[in-house]
Write a protein that binds this ligand. Sequence first.
Ligand SMILES: [Ca+2]
Length: 175
Amino acid sequence: MAKLTSSELNKIAKEQSNVPSKVVKKAYKRYLTVSSTDDDIVKVSDFDRLPDLPSGSIMHHVIGKFAQLTGATTPAESPVDFGQLMGAVDRYVGATGDDKTDFLFSLWDCDDDGILNRGELYYMLRIFNGDGLTDDDVWKQVDLVLGERGVDVPGDTHRGLSRDVVKEMLEAASM
Ligand SMILES: [Ca+2]
C-alpha cells in the first residue's frame, strides 16, 4: 500500500465513528514511522522493531487479532492496511462492557484456550504497567496476582485465570 493521499486519509478518518479525525491523522503519522523501508509500506514484521514494545511476538498476536476482526490474514511480511487497522481500533473503542472484555481477553489469550496462563498474564501486565518495571518485577507481580487467586503455577502453563477473573481485574482497574 503506497502512502495515502490526503483525500484517502480523510475518507478513512470519516469512516470511524468512535475515533476523532484528528486522532486518526496523528495515528497515520505514527504508522508511517513504523515502516522499515522508504516506500511507506508498513508490514506486520515492522511492528517487531518498535523499541517500546515488550515483545515482537505479542505485537504479532495483537495485529493478528485486529486482522481477524477485519477478516484479513497476517503473515509477517504482509502489509498492514491502515484503514483496516483503524477500523479495528474504532470498533474496540466503541465496544462496551462484555464486548470490550472479550476483545481484551482474546488479545492476551494467545493460544485461545480460554485461560490466561503465566506467560500470557506477563504480557498483559507488562503492557499495562508501562515503564519503570524490570522483567523480574513484572514476573513477581504475575505470581502475586496468581497467588492471590489461588492459582499455584510456577512451571505449569496449563493453569491460569479464567475470563471471568480477568474481567473482574479489568473492571477493578477500569481498563
Ligand atoms: Ca491461554
